[in-house]
Design a protein around this ligand. Structure first.
Ligand code: PMP
Length: 441
C-alpha cells in the first residue's frame, strides 16, 4: 500500500523506474512516449548524460550553501548565461525552486519596486482570464482559471482579469488578426483607467498560454501594444514563460518572438528539464537599481534559492540547448509535427483548432466546428483521453472543461526537443487511436 498522497485519490499511478530519451518506463517494463514532457518539463528527454554528470560533479564539490551567506559557481555562471541571451534590459536573475515561486517573487518584486520609488498606492495586479500562473495563493490569484481557483477564492488577493488574446474564439467576423490584438490590448488600458492609473503595479501574462488552453500564442502586435500601454502608465510588464520559455516555442525566450522585453520574466520547467526543481525570475536593471539605491534588500526569500545542484543542472541544460542547437531543432520538428497534425486531424469533425509554436502545440475539441461549441464538461473528455492514451503508451496533456463550461477541451503536446520522425509517427498514430476511442462517432 502506497503512503504517497496521489493527486487523484482513486487513481494510483504506476511507478516510473526508468527513462530513456523520449520514453518513460514503469515497473512492468511498459514504455510510454512522453509527448508532453510531463507538463512541458522534459525538454532534453530522459537520461541525459551531460546533465547527470553535471549534477554529480556539483554534489562532489558542494551540495548546499545558503545564499544568505554564500553564492555558488553554477548559480553565477547560469545567471550570466541567461542574461547573455535574455531580452534586454533584463539584467539580474533570482533563482527559485519552481514556477509558482518565480511568479510569487515577481509579484512581490513589482510591489517593492513601486514602494522603493515612493508609490505605495500601486497595489493592483492585472492578469488575464484563462491563464495559469501557479498554485500558491498569490500565483493562483493571478491565474484566471475558474475551476482551479473556485475552492480557494476566499483566500485569494484581489486581481483584475482581462480577456486573453485567443484568436480562435475571440476574433470577430470581418476583423483582422491585428485589429483583434489591438482590441484585446485595449482592455488593459481600459482596466488601468478604471482602477486608477497610479494604483496598478503590474500586468502579468503568458506569451503563449499553456496550462489552460493548450498552446495559444497572441496575435502579432498584441504584446507590442501591451508594452506601450504599460510604459504609458508606469505599470510593470511581467511575462510568465514558466511553460513556454527555454526554447519550447523555438526561441530561448518566448518574448523574443513577440519582439517585447518585459520588466520581469519568470521561467522554470524547461530550465531544469526535470533533472532538478528550479525556476528563476529575471528582472531589469531599472528594478534592481530601485532596490539597490533604496532599502538595499529584497524583502523575500526561500531556503533553497540559488541551490548549487539545481543551478548546476540548469547550467548543463541551457548549455545543452545552445551547444546542440536544439532550438533550431524545435523550430524544424515543431513545424513538421504541426503539419502532420493538420494533415491527419485538420478535417476531424471534433477538432476545431490546431495551434501553437515550436514544440508547444495545442488542439481544441468542439462538438460543432462551425459554431465552435465546446463539449459538455460532464463528458470528462480530457480525463478519458488521458487514460486511453496512457493505456496505449502515450503521455499527453489534455485539459478538460471547467465547471462553468467555458473553457472547453484542449490538448497540449510538448514533447522533448530530441523528438525524431519515428517518435512523431508513433505520436500521431497513438493520438488517432485515442481520438477514435474517446470522441463521439
Ligand atoms: N506559470 C505557468 C505558465 C505554468 O504553466 C505553471 C505550471 N504549469 C506555473 C506557472 C507554476 O509552475 P510550478 O508548477 O513549477 O509551480
Amino acid at each position: 500500500m502506497s503512503h504517497v498522497f496521489p493527486r487523484h485519490t482513486k487513481n494510483i499511478p504506476p511507478i516510473a523506474v526508468g527513462g530513456e530519451g523520449c520514453y518513460l518506463i514503469d515497473t512492468n517494463g511498459k514504455q510510454y512516449l512522453d509527448a508532453s514532457g510531463g507538463a512541458a518539463v522534459s525538454c532534453l528527454g530522459h537520461g541525459d548524460i551531460d546533465v547527470t554528470i553535471a549534477i554529480k560533479d556539483q554534489l562532489d564539490k558542494v551540495a548546499f550553501a545558503h545564499t544568505g551567506f554564500l553564492s555558488s559557481e553554477p548559480a553565477e555562471k547560469l545567471a550570466s548565461l541567461l542574461i547573455e541571451h535574455a531580452p534586454k534590459p533584463l539584467d539580474k536573475v533570482y533563482f527559485v525552486s519552481g514556477g509558482s515561486e518565480a511568479v510569487e517573487s515577481a509579484i512581490k518584486l513589482a510591489r517593492q519596486y513601486h514602494l522603493e520609488n515612493g508609490e505605495p498606492d500601486r497595489k493592483h495586479l492585472i492578469a488575464r482570464r484563462q491563464s495559469y500562473h501557479g498554485n500558491t495563493l498569490g500565483a493562483l490569484a493571478a491565474g484566471g482559471n475558474a475551476w482551479r481557483r473556485a475552492q480557494f477564492d476566499p483566500l485569494l488577493i484581489n486581481v483584475s482579469h482581462i480577456a486573453p488574446c485567443y484568436e480562435y474564439i475571440g476574433r470577430n467576423d470581418g476583423e483582422t488578426a491585428h485589429q483583434y490584438g489591438q482590441r484585446m490590448a485595449q482592455e488593459l488600458e481600459d482596466e488601468i483607467i478604471r482602477l486608477g492609473p497610479g494604483t496598478v503595479l503590474a500586468f502579468m501574462a503568458e506569451p503563449v498560454v499553456g496550462a489552460t488552453m493548450g498552446a495559444v500564442p497572441a496575435v502579432d502586435g498584441y504584446f507590442k501594444r501591451i508594452r506601450e500601454i504599460c510604459d504609458k502608465y508606469g505599470v510593470l510588464l511581467i511575462l510568465d514563460e514558466v511553460m513556454c520559455g527555454m526554447g519550447r516555442t523555438g526561441s530561448l525566450f518566448a518574448a523574443d518572438i513577440d519582439g517585447v522585453a518585459p520588466d520581469i520574466l519568470c521561467i522554470a520547467k524547461g530550465l531544469g528539464a526535470g533533472y532538478q526543481p528550479i525556476g528563476a525570475m529575471l528582472c531589469s536593471d531599472k528594478i534592481f537599481a530601485a532596490i539597490e539605491n533604496g532599502s538595499g534588500f529584497f524583502q523575500h526569500g526561500h531556503t533553497y534559492i540559488g541551490h548549487p545542484v539545481a543551478t548546476a543542472a540548469g547550467l548543463a541544460v541551457v548549455n545543452a540547448l545552445l551547444d546542440r542547437d536544439l532550438i533550431t531543432r524545435v523550430q524544424e520538428q515543431g513545424a513538421k509535427l504541426k503539419q502532420m497534425l493538420e494533415n491527419i486531424f485538420g478535417q476531424h469533425p471534433y477538432i476545431g483548432d490546431i495551434r501553437g509554436r515550436g514544440l508547444f502545440l495545442g488542439m481544441e475539441f468542439v462538438s460543432d466546428r462551425d459554431a465552435k461549441t465546446p463539449f459538455d464538461p460532464s463528458l470528462a473528455l480530457g480525463a478519458k483521453m488521458k487514460k486511453t492514451a496512457f493505456e496505449n503508451g502515450l503521455i499527453c496533456y489534455p485539459m478538460s472543461g471547467t465547471r462553468d463550461g467555458k473553457l472547453g477541451d484542449h490538448m497540449l503536446l510538448a514533447p522533448p526537443f530530441i523528438l525524431d520522425n519515428n517518435h512523431m509517427d508513433e505520436l500521431v498514430e497513438k493520438l488517432g487511436k485515442t481520438f477514435d476511442a474517446v470522441l463521439p462517432r
